[in-house]
Write a protein that binds this ligand. Structure first.
Ligand SMILES: Nc1ncnc2c1ncn2[C@@H]1O[C@H](COP(=O)(O)OP(=O)(O)OP(=O)(O)O)[C@@H](O)[C@H]1O
Length: 339
């Protein structure tokens, strides 16, 4: 649905150049919720704003629904952009208009006749659960309700794609959960493709099918969330399951085990202990449900150095687990079976 190829955006200000997006390739499949994560300044907002051409890229290609946006001009470009809704962290509502008036605004711009407009506003307010607040002004409604207005307004032109720029960053955890639930519901009911940017792992955990991690204008990892979690050394995994630093005992090996799906349901720690008659110490761990699957990360300490643990690590890998040795000072060459 969204294909981004070799996208590059450079800002030039006061003789300085900042490469905000540096050769990004990204594909978002129709009907999926795709999250782009990254720290402040990574280039997430710029990337998102290039998808509806709020920013014009310096190089690369943006295709939405098969159409090359950069090749469009005038009315054709306007129509294509109507097919891409956008919601923002600070909602961007018009304070002088009621909730219904805010939702009607894009319909007025599109030239939708009055009677049709009123029916569409009712429909949109119902979709986001705001029918009772139609006549309220933004100052009189909560942050979560404001974002619902933002969502209704973004959906006015019946877009196939919704872009979300940190839509829940200004909301408390319970409201965040309800907005994410609404987005998931709209994604399923309307077949809406959602590309969102966020710095909150919670967002990825709750609604993303796929995700990418951005750093210094580049994508450093990308793919289906459960696939990324199974990849050793994944930044996404470390972000989703932060573990406190471990101080291993001398002569022991520390490993991080990431498990998802079927592997998460098997008692691999006790199986390892029994099979090798070894004492396994759990140094840290977290288990969550992501995309309806149980996934988690465990930090284990095994007696002996890496070579003493080769067969044990192979056993864990053969059980379908992603295993990474994280003993300080350990180098990959120390491991005889680095699968
Ligand atoms: N209009 C602009 N003019 C000049 N530089 C800009 C502009 N917008 C963004 N930048 C710079 O581009 C880089 C990427 O910014 P961007 O806002 O895309 O990152 P981000 O990951 O969305 O961060 P944040 O979450 O803080 O918004 C940063 O170094 C930023 O300072």
């Amino acid at each position: 649905m969204i294909q981004i190829e070799k996208l590059r955006k450079v800002y030039r200000a006061r003789g300085r150049e900042v490469t905000a997006v540096d050769g990004v390739d990204l594909t978002v499949a129709e009907g999926e919720v795709f999250g782009v994560l990254g720290r402040s300044g990574a280039g997430k907002s710029t990337l998102l704003r290039c998808v509806n051409l709020l920013e014009r890229p310096d190089a690369g290609r943006v295709r939405v629904g098969g159409r090359d946006l950069l090749a469009l001009r005038g009315p054709a470009l306007r129509r294509a952009r109507q097919g891409i809704g956008m919601i923002h962290q600070h909602f961007g509502l018009l304070g002088s208009r009621t909730v219904a008036g805010n939702v009607a605004f894009p319909l007025e711009v599109m030239g939708v006749p009055r009677a049709e407009r009123a029916a569409r506003v009712d429909e949109l307010l119902e979709l986001v659960g705001l029918t009772e607040h139609a006549r309220a002004h933004p100052a009189r409604i909560s942050g979560g309700q404001k974002q619902r207005v933002g969502i209704a307004r973004a959906l006015a032109g019946r877009p196939k794609v919704l872009l979300s720029d940190e839509a829940t960053s200004a909301l408390d955890p319970a409201t965040t959960a309800s907005i994410l639930e609404l987005l998931r519901d709209l994604n399923r009911r309307l077949g809406l493709t959602i590309l969102l940017i966020t710095h909150e792992m919670e967002v990825v955990k709750r609604i993303c099918d796929s995700a990418a991690v951005m750093r210094d204008g580049r994508i450093i990892e990308s793919g289906p969330v459960t696939g990324l979690l199974a990849r050793p050394g994944s930044e996404l995994t470390q972000g989703l399951f932060p573990l406190p630093p471990a101080v291993p005992r001398a002569g022991s090996t520390v490993v991080e085990v990431t498990f998802a799906g079927g592997a998460a349901d098997r008692p691999f720690v006790s199986a390892l202990a029994r099979r090798f008659s070894v004492d396994v110490t759990i140094l840290g761990g977290a288990v969550e449900t992501v995309g309806g699957e149980r996934v988690g990360r465990l930090r284990l300490e095994l007696p002996g150095g890496p070579s003493a643990n080769t067969a044990r690590l192979a056993f864990l890998r053969e059980s379908g687990l992603a295993v990474e040795v994280t003993t300080p000072g350990w180098a990959p060459a120390d491991e005889e079976d680095p699968r």
